[in-house]
Write a protein that binds this ligand. Structure first.
Ligand SMILES: Cc1cc2nc3c(=O)[nH]c(=O)nc-3n(C[C@H](O)[C@H](O)[C@H](O)COP(=O)(O)OP(=O)(O)OC[C@H]3O[C@@H](n4cnc5c(N)ncnc54)[C@H](O)[C@@H]3O)c2cc1C
Length: 470
């Protein structure tokens, strides 16, 4: 039975008991490593957990869960620590930090990879690329595989290979009661359905098994156009990508050209519109595919060419180091109407700082071959996941980036499909979470009630357990 000791009352002996059970480290506020260990990727969020367990193995995860339960303290799960809302940590609680768990095993014959939950996308790319294989994931390689996968996972290979969850074959998990389970198409099918988009609500995934794809080199990179051409570019982008094969992917962006090489000096610091392309078809056809894109315009910057997948999937890492201030808003879009384009341009032109940006990520192609109720990810009819991020190194600019982000969102939201990708949301309340899961929400609350009836895992985009019927 739980002893219900409040955080401040956690006795040294109880903490010592936990420490003795761990192979990994236990970090407390008085430890030298605490300040570094509590830092999140988003510098705008400043949480002070009571305890951080740096898990080395599955038994550490179990011990931490049992400790959290026994003492009724809030528990947060951390993989890469990238979450915009800072949901990889909690004030006065226990952080179960999986980042030391980085084992990776590639089965080149089966084209699969099994990864522990502390891996970053870059760790996985490095291992799979050696075998000429790739996992569809995200665009910044320091992101954790845990959070991105459980929320869905969108990136350069989405149109060709689907979301990250569409390539998930199995997850090994520890549930809220401390038991170990496997979720896949045969075992715990309801759980397997829920974790493909339902976030960290149902248990802690300690390892994932993914399907890989034989993609080693692609024809990809950014193309920019002047701001004055934004409307033509957005209209061209809308029409051209609608008829393109799944081999062609391109996310649209308003951005400020970074003030560094390899960008030409005359463009540095200028706000532009652009598309970051990725063509995964036969290399000898690439020039032909890009001919109409290059003829339209022409672009003021064209860095599109042959590139290895890991280089593409880490291309923008250097501009987004950890610790910047981030404010996030997001939506899904089924279409880009002319009226919506007007609003996108109105706020795109006002991009407030060098790191701030708006992206429209394609979520169609192969991702549309899965039905809305086949996984928890509901928006299978959306063509784009939009994200607006106000970003800056200086905390003094918090208000500036936050208000631009909110104004942009308020102007474009009326043209959206309703909900947003949960991995792009801040703490925006239950209505937004319900709008995101739509018709899948009810089933998620039932599965939550089965696997985590006390809502032990609630530091997340929370799905509340369905109340037991009277
Ligand atoms: C710079 C940047 C670029 C991004 N680009 C993309 C992109 O291209 N595509 C995309 O899809 N998303 C992208 N994202 C969003 C990203 O998917 C989310 O921020 C995600 O939450 C990050 O995962 P993480 O493991 O690093 O986060 P953490 O902060 O460590 O965890 C976030 C949440 O995930 C859950 N969680 C994490 N690991 C586990 C686990 N093993 N078991 C159970 N629950 C777990 C927990 O609920 C936790 O609160 C980006 C984010 C950033 C900051």
């Amino acid at each position: 039975m739980a002893t219900h000791i409040s955080n401040t009352q956690l006795a040294a002996t109880q903490i010592e008991e936990l420490k003795n059970q761990l192979t990994g480290k236990l970090i407390q506020p008085e430890d030298d490593s605490y300040e570094e260990a509590r830092k999140l990727y988003n510098g705008m969020i400043d949480k002070r957990p009571r305890l951080i367990v740096k898990c080395s193995e599955v038994s550490d995860v179990k011990a931490a869960i049992q400790f959290g339960r026994k003492h009724s303290i809030p528990v947060a799960i951390r993989s890469g620590g990238h979450n915009g809302a800072g949901l990889g940590s909690c004030d006065d609680g226990l952080v179960i930090d999986l980042s030391p768990m980085k084992a990776i095993h590639v089965d080149a014959e089966q084209k699969t990879v099994r990864v522990e939950a502390g891996c970053t996308l870059g760790d996985i790319d490095k291992a799979t690329h050696q075998h000429g294989l790739a996992l569809p994931s995200g665009i910044i390689s320091t992101t954790g595989i845990g959070g991105i996968t459980l929320g869905g996972g969108i990136g350069y290979l989405t149109r060709k290979c689907g979301l990250t969850i569409d390539n998930l074959l199995e997850a090994e998990m520890i549930l809220a009661d401390g038991s170990s389970v496997i979720a896949n198409k045969e075992q715990n099918q309801d759980l397997f359905w829920a974790i493909r988009g339902g976030g960290g609500n149902f248990g802690i995934v300690t390892s994932f098994l993914f399907q890989l794809h034989a993609i080693k080199e692609v024809y990809a990179g950014p193309m920019f156009w002047p701001l004055e051409k934004s409307r033509e570019v957005m209209e061209f982008y809308r029409e051209f990508t609608a008829q393109a094969s799944n081999d062609l992917y391109g996310f649209f962006a308003f951005l400020v050209v970074p003030p560094a090489a390899p960008f030409p000096e005359d463009l540095q610091g200028k706000t532009v519109c652009g598309v970051v392309w990725n063509y995964t078809g036969p290399m000898e056809k690439a020039e032909e595919v890009f001919q109409p894109i290059r003829e339209f315009g022409p672009p003021i910057l064209d860095f599109v060419g042959p590139i290895p997948v890991p280089a593409l999937q880490s291309m923008f890492d250097i501009f987004y180091p950890p610790g910047l201030q981030w404010y996030w808003r997001a939506d899904f879009f089924e279409e880009l109407t002319d009226e919506a384009i007007t609003e996108f341009i109105r706020y795109g032109e006002k991009t407030p700082t060098g790191h701030s940006t708006m992206h429209l990520y394609p979520v169609d192609g192969k991702a549309h071959e899965v039905k809305s109720n086949e996984t928890a990810w509901n928006y299978r009819n959306a063509r784009w996941a939009e994200v607006i991020v106000g970003v800056d190194p200086d905390p003094a600019n918090k208000e500036k980036i936050t208000s631009w982000c909110k104004d942009y969102y308020n102007a474009t939201h009326p043209y959206s499909a309703g909900g947003a990708y949960i991995n792009f949301m801040m703490d925006e309340g239950q209505d937004r979470i319900k709008a995101t899961y739509g018709n899948n929400y009810d089933r998620l609350t039932e599965i939550k009630a089965k696997y985590d009836p006390d809502n032990f895992f609630h530091v997340n985009q929370n799905i509340q357990p369905k109340a037991a019927m009277a």
